[in-house]
Ligand binder design. Sequence first.
Ligand SMILES: CC(C)C[C@@H](CO)NC(=O)[C@H](CC(C)C)NC(=O)[C@H](CC(C)C)NC(=O)OCc1ccccc1
Length: 213
Amino acid sequence: YPESIDWRDKGAVTPVKNQNPCGSCWAFSTVATVEGINKIRTGKLISLSEQELLDCDRRSHGCKGGYQTGSIQYVADNGGVHTEKEYPYEKKQGKCRAKEKKGTKVQITGYKRVPANDEISLIQGIGNQPVSVLHESKGRAFQLYKGGIFNGPCGYKNDHAVTAIGYGKAQLLDKNSWGPNWGEKGYIKIKRASGKSEGTCGVYKSSYFPIKG
Ligand SMILES: CC(C)C[C@@H](CO)NC(=O)[C@H](CC(C)C)NC(=O)[C@H](CC(C)C)NC(=O)OCc1ccccc1
């Protein structure tokens, strides 16, 4: 796997989005991984619909929170996900309108979990494609993050999903869904903790990526 990678350089990352005020990070994180693998497989970067997951993933709880597995399973089981243009974000949960939409859906064939608490497995995973990872986000240090390599303070109670879209020798590069004014233009660099640890703020604890073709 490469020494460092930034999927933005490969045109596999859409502009930073904003989930607020809805607790739908799980939908934004999953969508970013599907946008990424779709670009890698087809060469086309298409912004996809978080609203479809928010409305249609029955395992998750809309703006009250959701699961990485529920949302990525929805995409795998329901013929994919519509484009953002077809099914734009409304900042609140509505009824599922996926069937009413005409356009083609971006499909995946399944998903895999990265071995937990294993930095090298996660790094290898990110080397292949963007990966959904978790973070603890209720701490002030995370909320007020402005830039630089984040090393806490933070707890390990993961309550927020973001998308790892790159890494370097010392850090992971994660895309958040709190708009471009948070952090480093909407991104956060998280300090790489070596070995079998849970990672800084638990970022190695639960990571998923879509399989396509
Ligand atoms: C304050 C939250 C609603 C903010 C949002 C992000 O916007 N957080 C979330 O949606 C997080 C994302 C999760 C991947 C860690 N989800 C959560 O915290 C959800 C919330 C419940 C109501 C569905 N709970 C949750 O993930 O509990 C941990 C767990 C994972 C797998 C099996 C059992 C238990």
